[in-house]
Ligand binder design. Structure first.
Ligand code: UT7
Length: 330
């Protein structure tokens, strides 16, 4: 019997800007302190993209070029680029469309996928389905956000959390059982009251009033989001393990969305995982929204062995949440 096609991750790329925004820097902007930020979130510093002409696509380009170099392919071989982001360069054309041109992916099509902090997980499942269909051979999935473009640096409850970055993976077909094996993705739009951007869409187009009211920035009610995140990220990760007859012992690494170290710890505890089996880079990068999970894969790549089982888990605006099971290797 022929084994079914799955989407293996055959290369990883990443990029974070050089400029640092430390807790000490934030102390100069708002009424906060290093100790509060570190104990409540686990964050010490974040990377911020500077430069007047720089946008999310410019974070993605080096990540994708790195991935192509590692795999030894020309960007012209890419069939499709899926970009999970809430900070597209423009409302249209899509960031994916702009990236295709910038990297020389002249034979690719692509699109942006908006699922906030679940942007990478939703995009990965979508990209994997394109590969599983048998129709596409090289799909690049990117999670990228220039969060500094939508952060209000006078709001101490949100400006301490976010950073900029991009991570990308290359998906290719295999019949050896590697890659994206299962995924449980959820969505509940009633959560929007707790985490959203008020204006800039068709509901409330930009105006002098929306700008004056600071409605083009992230609005987050931290506590309710925290409560939902803790339970739902852990619930869905546990459900994924059960559905695949696995326990925490079978998992080499949990790759969690990096929103708050305390949320990560709670998810790891529910899965029975010790801290050495959890990818955590929030201390240095903060919350890069759709980029957190692929940036973890990028930074941990050297420690991953063929056959390792990974659980990727996220929770974010919408609400959106989910978990994906990946078998490393190809
Ligand atoms: O990635 C997308 C999904 N997002 C998340 O998962 C984020 C979930 N939420 C969180 O991670 C946490 O709720 C935060 C880190 C955002 C906030 O932490 P918290 O422990 O929930 O703090 P809080 O909002 O309950 O605020 C506690 C106190 C308040 O003061 P009072 O009312 O007790 O006097 C805040 O005004 O801390 C104050 N506070 C701050 N103090 C110093 C809020 N922000 C700051 C700050 N520095 N930056």
């Amino acid at each position: 019997m022929t084994q079914k096609i799955t989407a293996a991750i055959t290369a990883v790329g990443g990029y974070v800007p050089e400029d640092l925004l430390t807790n000490a820097d934030l102390e100069k902007l708002v009424d906060t302190n290093d100790e509060w930020i570190r104990t409540r979130t686990g964050i010490s510093e974040r990377r911020i993209q500077k430069g007047i002409d720089q946008a999310t696509s410019d974070l993605c380009v080096p990540a994708i070029l790195e991935l192509c170099k590692k795999r030894g392919i020309d960007p012209a071989e890419i069939d499709c680029i899926v970009v999970g982001t809430v900070t597209p360069d423009m409302l249209f054309p899509s960031t994916a469309n702009l990236i295709c041109e910038k990297v020389g992916a002249v034979n690719a099509w692509g699109f942006d996928l908006l699922a906030a902090c679940c942007g990478f997980l939703y995009s990965l499942t979508t990209g994997a389905a394109l590969i599983e269909s048998g129709r596409y051979k090289k799909v690049v999935v990117v999670g990228a956000d220039k969060m500094s473009s939508i952060v209000d640096y006078s709001d101490r409850s949100t400006c301490i959390l976010f950073g900029d970055g991009a991570g990308a993976v290359l998906l290719e077909p295999t019949k050896n059982g590697f890659g994206v094996l299962d995924s449980i993705l959820k969505s509940d739009g009633s959560g929007k009251i707790h985490l959203h951007m008020k204006a800039g869409g068709s509901l409330r187009p930009p105006s002098y009033e929306t700008v004056a009211n600071k409605e083009h920035f992230i609005y987050q009610e931290g506590q309710p989001v925290y409560k939902f995140a803790v339970t739902r990220m852990a619930d869905v990760s546990e459900e994924l393990l059960k559905r695949n007859n696995l326990t925490g012992e079978d998992i080499a690494f949990l790759v969690p969305h990096q929103a708050n170290k305390r949320i990560i710890d709670a998810t790891a505890n529910r899965m029975g995982l010790s801290e050495d089996k959890v990818m955590i880079n929030i201390q240095h990068l903060g919350n890069t929204t759709a980029a957190t999970i692929p940036l973890c894969l990028w930074q941990w790549e050297d420690r991953l062995k063929s056959g390792d089982l990974l659980v990727l888990a996220a929770f974010g605006g919408g609400f959106t949440w989910g978990a994906t099971l990946v078998k490393w290797g190809n």
